[in-house]
Design a protein around this ligand. Structure first.
Ligand SMILES: *Cc1c(COP(=O)(O)O)cnc(C)c1O
Length: 249
């Protein structure tokens, strides 16, 4: 596919997703401007990130540290498109404690924090990296299916984790994140997340982000109060059936 055909494809995907988000917000009586679109660029090449930036995308999601660091550095070496704010990179994948320093080197937001050891490792790494002036935003990933293998903290553990993040000078507690359970009704799960998010906000009023909703379930998430949808396939295409062109990264 030529670069311009790909750009058109991305523009069309982005327009469709923005319209889906706006329609879901309107039908829930919400302002579409309350919902941030984080475009998940994992597995896709830097050229796609560059095209998305030119289309006004600010928030970019990744899940592998080395791949994300490469793309963030590649993007940083190029001029910022006129009228588009600086990019915000989100880590969506599980954070290994031995990769905390490598993560804070590129991530503005870490959405997948679910254990005290990860908070401690990120806090130390962020402090060493001098991030006290521009703290790393942390979202607490909440398990909605009680299956620890899929990641996420038990809702009962969220208050203590939140206090741990709030006490770290180089971290900023942003809110919560969740992935809907496989094979279940997403609306019920997102309603449970909303309860956790409200309790967190009562404890930490600035922690207002609720990151929920992906390509397949963003309407249910927005209707349940999501303020950040994380969308990959519906913008960029299927990660499985669209192999990367040779030589790209
Ligand atoms: C990959 C990923 C997404 C995007 O999923 P799509 O189905 O491609 O929209 C969202 N959230 C997380 C945590 C992911 O890992």
């Amino acid at each position: 596919m030529t670069g311009s055909a790909r750009r058109e494809e991305l523009a069309a995907g982005l327009a469709r997703v923005r319209e889906r988000v706006a329609a879901a917000a309107r039908s829930a009586g919400r302002d579409p401007g309350e919902v941030t679109l984080c475009v998940v660029t994992k597995t896709w090449p830097l050229s796609d990130v560059v095209a998305l930036r030119a289309l006004g995308v600010v928030d970019l999601g990744e899940n592998r540290v080395a791949e994300a660091a490469d793309k963030a550095a590649g993007l940083a070496s190029l001029p910022v498109p006129a009228g588009v704010p600086a990019p915000r990179w989100h880590q969506l994948g599980t954070v290994q404690t031995n990769k905390a320093a490598a993560t804070v080197a590129w991530a503005d937001v870490v959405q997948s924090v679910d254990r005290p050891r990860v908070v401690t490792a990120l806090a130390r790494a962020a402090e060493r990296a001098g991030r006290g002036v521009r703290p790393v935003e942390v979202l607490l990933q909440v398990s909605l299916d009680g299956d620890p293998a899929r990641g996420g903290a038990d809702p009962a553990d969220v208050p203590a984790l939140a206090d741990l993040v709030a006490a770290a000078p180089a971290l900023r507690l942003g809110g919560v994140m969740a992935v809907a359970p496989l094979g279940a009704e997403p609306a019920a799960a997102f309603a449970r997340l909303h309860v956790v998010a409200e309790a967190l906000r009562a404890q930490h009023p600035a922690a207002r982000t609720v990151s929920a909703g992906m390509s397949g379930d963003l309407e249910a998430a927005v209707e349940a109060g999501s303020t950040c949808v994380r969308v990959g396939a519906a913008v960029l295409g299927s990660r499985v059936s669209a192999p990367r062109p040779p030589g790209s990264r």
